[in-house]
Design a protein around this ligand. Structure first.
Ligand code: BES
Ligand code: ZN
Length: 454
C-alpha cells in the first residue's frame, strides 16, 4: 500500500489537471440544451476507464448515457460496485460566482467549479484509486463494476431501469457511493442514512386569460392568492406538516441515535451565522441535526404566475403554480405521500379554481445497517485515508439510486463522503478541497486493498 499512496502523492497534480478537464464540461441534466454536454461528460468518463484497460461501455438511454466499466480477475474474491454521477445542477445565479462555473479555478487548497464536490470530484477519486493500484502493481485486488450515470440531479428513471434489467451483470458484494460529505473538516464520516423525496408541482387555474384587476378584481378569485392560501395551510406555525396521515409511517428516532447525534460537535449559533439567517427554525422538540437528518420536511422550491417583469402590471393572473418538495424519512413511502398530498390539496381547493398536479422526482429514504458487511473495512479506509477517526452520520439529501441498489442487487451501499458540508453543492462557488480529493483517493485505494484481505 505504501507505494500506492506514494503514487497518488506523486501524481496528484496530473489528477487535478484531468479533473479540471472534466469540470469544464457543463453537463447539466436539468436543461435539454445541454444534452450534448452530458454525452461529452459520459464519453470523458468512458475514456478514463478505457485508458486504464477496464472494459468500459457507454449505454445510451432515452435520457443521458450510463457509463459502465468492469475489471474482473479470477483470483479476486470480492466485487465492489461503485456508483457516481457526472451530471451537475444548473449554476444559476451566475452573478454570485467569483469565477465562471465551468472554468475551474484553484484558490488556496480548493478547486472551484460546478460539480467539484457533487459529484465529479468525488467520483474521480475512485477512478484515480484504480489507476494507482494498476500502475503500481499491474493488478487490482478486487473486481470492480463502475456505474456512472447522468441524471441523478433530476432523479431520472433510466438508471434504476438499467440496474433492474442488468441485475445479473451487476452482481456484487458491496456498493460504494461517494456523493456526500465528511461531518466536518478532518472528521470523515460513514453516512448510514439518506432522506427520500417526493417532489410535486401544483397548478392553480383561474380565469381563461389574465384580466384587468380594476375591471374584474373583487368579483373573481385570483389564482395566485388562492395558491398562497393553500400553501399556507400545508404547515402550521411550529413547522408541523398538516397533511392528514403524513407522519403515520415515520419511524421515531431511537434514544441511542439521539444520543449519538448529540455527541457530535455542533454549535447552533455558528450554524445560524454561517447561513446568514436571523434565527433557526424547526420542530420544537428536535435538535438541528435531528431536523436535518431524521425528520420529514415540506418546502416550496419555487412559486410563479402573474407578472414578474419590470414595473407594475395590474392584472388578475390566469394561473399560478408552485414546486414543492417533501423530504422523507424511514418508513415513509413517496407514492403514499404523493397521494396524501394531492388528497389534501384537493380538499382545501376552493370551488373558484381548478387544480392540477405534476409528479416530479421521488425516491424512498435509505438506512444502511452499521453491521453491514465491509463497514469495518470502510471505517478503516477512512481512518487511514484521512488520518482521523471517522464518525457515523446521516444526511438530509437524497441519492435516488441507493435504495434501488440495495433492493435490486441485495447488497449494502456504503456512503463514503469526501466533501465538506460547506462545499456549496448546488450553490454558487461550489468547491472541493484538494487535500480531501487526495485523501478520498487514498481512502478508495485502501478500501480495495482491505476488501481483498477480508
Ligand atoms: N450529492 C447529493 C445528495 C446529498 C446531498 C447527499 C446532501 C448528502 C448531503 C445529490 O447529488 C443530490 O443533490 N441529490 C438530489 C436528488 C433529488 C434531485 C432527487 C437532492 O438531494 O436534492
Ligand atoms: Zn446533487
Amino acid at each position: 500500500m505504501d507505494q500506492i499512496i506514494e503514487y497518488i502523492r506523486n501524481n496528484k497534480q496530473r489528477f487535478i489537471d484531468e479533473l479540471i478537464e472534466f469540470l469544464k464540461i457543463p453537463s447539466l441534466s436539468a436543461q435539454s440544451r445541454h444534452k450534448a454536454d452530458c454525452e461529452r461528460a459520459a464519453d470523458f468518463v468512458r475514456k478514463q476507464f478505457s485508458q486504464l484497460g477496464l472494459d468500459a461501455q457507454l449505454h445510451p438511454t432515452a435520457g443521458n448515457p450510463i457509463v459502465t466499466a468492469r475489471h474482473t480477475s479470477p483470483e479476486n474474491k470480492t466485487t465492489v460496485l461503485i456508483y457516481g454521477h457526472y451530471d451537475v445542477q444548473p449554476p444559476e445565479p451566475l452573478d454570485l460566482w467569483t469565477s465562471p462555473p465551468f472554468e475551474p479555478r484553484i484558490e488556496g487548497d480548493n478547486i472551484i467549479a460546478r460539480g467539484a464536490t457533487d459529484d465529479k470530484g468525488q467520483l474521480f477519486t475512485h477512478i484515480k484509486a484504480v489507476e494507482a493500484h494498476l500502475k503500481t502493481n499491474a493488478r487490482l485486488p478486487v473486481n470492480l463494476i463502475f456505474v456512472i450515470e447522468g441524471e441523478e440531479e433530476v432523479a431520472g428513471v433510466h438508471v434504476s431501469e438499467f440496474i433492474r434489467t442488468h441485475r445479473d451483470d451487476l452482481k456484487c458484494d458491496v456498493a460504494v457511493v461517494s456523493d456526500s460529505s465528511q461531518y466536518a473538516p478532518n472528521m470523515p464520516a460513514l453516512c448510514y442514512g439518506l432522506r427520500g423525496i417526493c417532489a410535486q408541482e401544483i397548478r392553480v387555474q383561474g380565469p381563461k386569460q389574465d384580466l384587468h384587476s380594476g375591471s374584474f378584481g373583487g368579483a373573481v378569485a385570483n389564482p395566485v392568492n388562492v395558491l398562497c392560501q393553500m400553501i399556507a395551510q400545508l404547515k402550521d406555525e411550529s413547522g408541523k406538516i398538516r397533511i392528514p396521515g403524513f407522519y403515520d409511517d415515520v419511524l421515531p428516532l431511537e434514544q441511542w441515535e439521539r444520543e449519538a447525534f448529540a455527541a457530535l460537535p455542533w454549535d447552533d449559533e455558528a450554524f445560524r451565522q454561517s447561513l446568514g439567517v436571523k434565527a433557526l427554525h424547526g420542530e420544537e422538540t428536535y435538535t438541528s441535526i435531528e431536523r436535518k437528518w431524521a425528520r420529514p420536511t415540506l418546502d416550496v422550491n419555487g412559486i410563479f404566475g402573474g407578472y414578474n417583469g419590470e414595473g407594475a402590471k395590474t392584472i388578475i393572473p390566469a394561473w399560478g403554480g408552485a414546486k414543492i418538495t417533501m423530504r422523507l424519512v424511514p418508513n415513509q413511502n413517496p407514492q403514499t405521500i404523493s397521494r396524501l398530498f394531492r388528497d389534501f390539496i384537493r380538499k382545501i381547493t376552493p370551488p373558484t379554481v381548478e387544480v392540477s398536479f405534476i409528479d416530479h422526482s421521488s425516491c424512498g429514504p435509505v438506512i444502511v445497517k452499521r453491521s453491514a458487511p465491509f463497514v469495518a473495512e470502510a471505517l478503516e479506509s477512512l481512518r487511514r485515508g484521512f488520518g482521523a477517526e471517522p464518525v457515523f452520520i446521516r444526511e438530509g439529501g437524497s441519492i435516488p439510486i441507493v435504495l434501488t441498489i440495495q433492493q435490486e442487487l441485495n447488497v449494502h451501499a456504503l456512503l463514503l463522503g469526501f466533501g465538506l458540508p460547506d462545499d456549496n453543492a448546488h450553490g454558487p462557488n461550489e468547491k472541493l478541497s484538494l487535500t480531501d480529493f487526495e485523501r478520498g483517493i487514498r481512502t478508495s485505494a485502501t478500501f480495495f486493498h482491505l476488501c481483498a484481505q477480508k
